[in-house]
Design a protein around this ligand. Structure first.
Ligand SMILES: [Zn+2]
Length: 325
């Protein structure tokens, strides 16, 4: 399932001490609204998280790396989980896509109220035995500020993270995007001062995108007065890499007891992808055959590794409470 027409652009100052990642994620966020049928406030919550995950994911080094951004807040939105690959292709879900709150004091969609307080996690899976997990308290629940705080405290990287999602009266996302501006060690104080003034004088990133400005123009405003060059740009979108085989493999890898409980019923098992809504149905015989195949491969020393990246709710036709991941 692919839907690519959002874009990431990246720039770096000539002295190499400041990098900027810009993302116009409008199309990707729209796709997430269609899949999850988000209410307005939920669109802003999920859209901001997706945009942030995409930009952070684009900073991963290797083709198979992935980044998960998870906000576990105590607000009515529940947990929000977004996953990006190294090209900024994203997918995500939230516990409560129906969350709708009155506008906040500034007349904006109340993202902070929906997310609430708690912890944010940044999980980088770089193919090592264990993924790298960073955590930080949620400080304002507006997502961008929380990530600025995360980068400062957990990664010692001074960062400006701006995110914005505009939704019209028909509940349609008409502008979504953001930027990450990061200072590398050795950044010049005078240059930092110029950037701070630039950021202060700019409209919100979603307002600029809504006005039709592109990444070149927005990066131009951020780095006005500083020599820089555009580094690269690429398309990204809302992309879910799930497939039937992945879910079959995940089911076959369930604990013996859980698997027996499912298969003893003799009914087909239906799985649904939490990221894209795809449904896959399996017969118990199929699942058991896959389990046997995996067992043989392991016995022969082959690679029967666990499937990564599948997140699913499983229901048998007669209602099973089992959840696999
Ligand atoms: Zn999927």
């Amino acid at each position: 399932m692919e839907n690519k027409s959002s874009v990431i652009k990246r720039a770096i100052t000539k002295d190499g001490s400041v990098r900027v990642v810009f993302c116009d994620s409008t199309a990707a966020v729209r796709r997430s609204c269609e899949i999850h049928k988000t209410a307005k406030t939920a669109t802003a919550v999920l859209g901001r998280c997706l945009t942030a995950a995409a930009m952070m994911g684009s900073l991963l080094k290797n083709r198979d790396d992935s980044l998960t951004l998870r906000f576990d807040g105590d607000g009515p939105a529940g947990s929000v989980v977004c996953v990006s690959d190294y090209k900024g292709n994203v997918r995500g879900y939230m516990d409560n896509p129906a969350v709708e709150l009155p506008p906040n004091g500034a007349g904006k969609l109340d993202v902070g109220g929906a997310v609430g307080r708690g912890t944010l996690y940044v999980i980088r899976d770089m193919g090592m035995k264990e993924p790298y997990v960073g955590a930080s308290p949620i400080v304002t629940s507006e997502i961008g500020d929380d990530l600025t705080s995360y980068f400062a405290n957990s990664e010692q990287t001074p960062t400006v993270c701006a995110l914005g999602v505009r939704v019209n009266t028909d509940n349609m996302c008409f502008a979504a995007g953001g930027y990450l501006l990061q200072l590398m060690p050795g950044a010049d104080d005078a240059m930092i001062g110029v950037i701070e003034e630039n950021v202060k004088g700019m409209k919100s990133v979603s307002a600029l995108i809504a006005e039709g400005l592109d990444g070149d123009e927005i990066i131009g405003q951020l780095l006005r007065g500083i020599p820089y060059e555009m580094f690269d740009e690429f398309d990204m979108g809302y992309v879910c890499p799930c497939g039937r085989e992945k879910y079959l493999s995940a089911l076959a890898g369930l604990r013996e007891d859980d698997l027996r409980e499912i298969c003893d019923k003799g009914e087909d098992v239906e799985t649904g992808c939490l990221f894209c809504g795809a449904k896959y149905t399996f017969t118990p015989a199929e699942i058991l055959a896959e389990r046997e195949r995996k067992r043989k491969m392991t016995a022969e020393g082959g690679e029967a590794g666990e499937e990564k990246g599948t997140k699913t709710s499983i229901t048998s036709r007669s209602r099973s409470e089992t959840t696999a991941k």
